[in-house]
Design a protein around this ligand. Structure first.
Ligand code: MG
Length: 240
């Protein structure tokens, strides 16, 4: 049975990525394993790149501070990176290196970002209806642009007017949505926010945005105790 929800007075749409436009599994199942698999080859190919050399020195410092020592087996940089990745570290050097490996993967076509089947068609339709589409994700704006520039449905970047990341504030903070609303230049009631995280919707609703919960099959299940409308596909949202 398909449900539908309408937002006839909306002029802007703010979208989350993971769990909303795209599977939450993509980052865990594709991107992180890709970085790990291609690490040694990437470092070898970029041996003389000074930026990458500086990044690897930083990574060795980060790993050392967490208990790694360069007597661990394997090429020491590879071993330090693996040490951090095994601990799911979010340190600056590691994130930079992962970002560079992902960038090379997206550019070579080995990495292809996931978007749910109906998403590109719905976004194009919404754009044609005059809606201003923007992205808000905890992934960096650079990563978001790489992602939407290289999806299974091709380059979708030109559909979006702006991208926001946690530089403007955390996704569960009301202030972040106040800032984004101001940047849209629209009354909050005319912006629809779609996300899979109830706390993010709560923060946005406090500013007055229209909030819709995204339910996708890979998402963690959510208790029914929340006030939001929900959708299982972008096809269920009607703006006109
Ligand atoms: Mg999400």
């Amino acid at each position: 049975m398909s449900a539908s929800t309408s937002a006839p007075n909306a002029r802007g749409v703010l979208l989350d990525i993971e769990g909303t436009t795209s599977s939450i599994r993509f980052v865990a199942d594709e991107m992180f394993p890709f970085a790990r698999r291609n690490l040694a080859a990437f470092l070898e190919q970029n041996e003389s790149n000074t930026t990458i050399m500086e990044t690897t020195h930083e990574i060795c410092r980060e790993a050392t501070s967490l208990g790694w020592s360069d007597t661990w087996p394997g090429n020491s940089v590879v071993s330090a990176v693996n040490f951090l990745m095994d601990r799911d570290a979010k340190t600056t050097g590691l994130k930079q290196l992962q970002g560079m490996i992902w960038e090379s993967g997206f550019h070579s076509g080995e990495l292809i970002a996931h978007v749910y089947d109906e998403v590109p068609g719905c976004l194009r339709k919404w754009r044609a209806q005059g809606l201003d589409l923007r992205i808000y994700s905890s992934g960096s704006v650079t990563a978001q642009k790489l992602f939407f520039g290289h999806t299974s449905a091709g380059n979708l970047l030109d559909l979006f007017t702006a991208h926001y990341d946690t530089n403007i504030g955390a996704k569960r903070e009301t202030q972040s949505y106040a800032y984004i609303t101001k940047d849209f230049g629209l009354p909050p009631q005319e912006i629809v926010f779609i996300s899979d995280i109830v706390e993010e919707l709560e923060a946005a609703a406090e500013v007055g945005l229209q909030c819709i919960l995204s339910i996708r099959s890979e998402n963690a299940s959510i208790s029914n105790v929340h006030p939001f409308r929900s959708i299982r596909s972008f096809d269920e949202v009607f703006f006109a």
